[in-house]
Design a protein around this ligand. Structure first.
Ligand code: PLP
Length: 405
């Protein structure tokens, strides 16, 4: 008789965004006249850069001619894209990453989720709290998270590392020793980022205990603070303990186009095995690459014109972040993030619960946010706002919030 992977049966429903959608739908049905401003959106809204579109058109034309048509591409990505990444994302920052340490993929979400394939299910996993839910759920699916504790809304075998105002939203080394450590920097949902020195502590620790850091820097392009590294490999020693995930999604508006990459250094070995070789084996077996057209589109962001264009879009979003951050602060709300990331993490006033404050903002101000509690127990007492909308909607949301507070 067939048995399903019963780890899936332990997963709580995808509660956060479903519950937000349910509350918004119910409220809108009762108040169709209300024009809600959506500040919970985690997706980009600006169109692809002209250079990207031009490169895609050209690549599409190549696919239409026998002489330039492309079938399956190289397993780990085309050289033109890999060498542009090596040059621009690493060499230009003084980091030496070899082409065969880069694996092009269709998304950081898939890579963060799939990387667990190369690790035993016996490993102890540490995640930040609050956290991007993919790290937790994919470990739960693999059986590394234990059971779900409904009462405390957490998994019994995962180590949750609280990221709070008190520790500056940078996790402390936990009492129990982890084998796999997820760090997302700049962070979703808190919008905060660890400095080079703070990351050095984690790199030294991981090398010392033999753990592996899974470093998600999907929001790297939003960093403005020179003390915040753009790559974990800016920290010496990281090549023997870290894997880095990057994405074109938020960097260049590729959420609907799909392209990302993962760096697995050849120096990273455990139990005598090269993790670079294991990941290569995994990818070449289960993944058939990103389309030629998409990889040409991604490579276009590394041209002089492409760089300029994506910088403009990021500046547009970060100006929204400034409007939101300063506006909330003027309204007497304590805010974090929004300087090195397009997320603003706002403390709810007078200890109001996340969901209660979400309801207040929706019903009184007509502004939709994301309750922090949905990202983990330590997110209680916060809400997340994103800067991915239009400038007008950021201004309107702040105007309305100021009016009700
Ligand atoms: N990592 C983090 C921290 C994210 O917030 C997101 C998207 O919201 C992703 C990864 C997903 O990136 P991609 O679109 O490349 O799958």
């Amino acid at each position: 008789m067939l048995k399903v992977n019963d780890n899936y049966l332990k997963l709580p429903g995808s509660y956060l965004f479903a519950e937000i959608a349910r509350r918004v739908a119910a409220y809108s049905a009762e108040h169709p006249e209300k024009n809600l401003v959506r500040m919970g959106i985690g997706d980009v809204t600006r169109p692809l850069a002209p250079s990207v579109i031009e490169a895609m058109h050209k690549a599409v034309d190549e696919m239409g001619k026998a002489e330039t048509f492309k079938g399956y591409g190289p397993d780990f990505g085309y050289d033109f894209l890999i060498s542009a990444i090596c040059e621009n994302d690493y060499k230009a920052r003084g980091i030496d990453i070899a082409p065969d340490e880069i694996f092009i993929s269709d998304g950081a979400k898939s890579d963060c989720g799939n990387i667990g394939d190369i690790f035993s299910t016996d490993n102890v996993v540490a995640v930040c709290d609050p956290v991007y839910p993919v790290y937790v759920d994919t470990n739960a699916m693999a059986g590394r998270a234990g059971d779900y504790d409904d009462k405390h809304e957490c998994w019994t075998k995962l180590i949750y590392m609280p990221c709070t105002k008190e520790n500056g939203f940078v996790p402390q080394i936990p009492a129990q020793e982890p084998d796999i450590i997820y760090i997302c920097c700049p962070n979703n949902p808190t919008g905060t980022a660890a400095t080079r020195e703070q990351l050095r502590g984690w790199v030294d620790y991981a090398n010392y205990v033999g753990a592996v850091i899974l470093y998600d820097s999907a929001y790297e392009a939003y960093i403005s603070d020179p003390d915040v590294p753009h790559s974990i490999f800016e920290v010496s020693g990281a090549k023997t303990c870290a894997i880095e995930f990057r994405s074109f999604s938020k960097t260049a508006g590729f959420t609907g186009t799909r392209c990302a990459y993962t760096v697995v250094p050849k120096a990273l070995r455990r139990q005598g095995a090269s993790l670079n070789a294991l990941w290569g084996r995994r990818q070449s077996t289960k993944f058939n690459g990103v389309s030629y057209v998409t990889q040409r589109a991604a490579a276009a962001i590394y041209t002089e014109q492409g760089k300029k264009e994506i910088k403009e879009t990021i500046a547009y979003y970060m100006n929204n972040a400034k409007i939101i951050r300063e506006g909330l602060s003027d309204a007497g709300i304590e805010v974090f993030g929004g300087v090195n990331a397009p997320y603003i993490w706002a403390k709810t006033p007078d200890g109001t619960g996340s969901w209660d404050f979400f309801d207040i903002l929706m019903k009184k101000a007509g502004v939709i946010t994301t309750p922090g509690a949905g990202f983990g127990p330590s997110g209680e007492g916060y809400i997340r706002l994103t800067a991915f909308g239009s400038r007008e909607s950021a201004e309107e949301a702040i105007k309305r919030i100021k009016q009700i507070l």
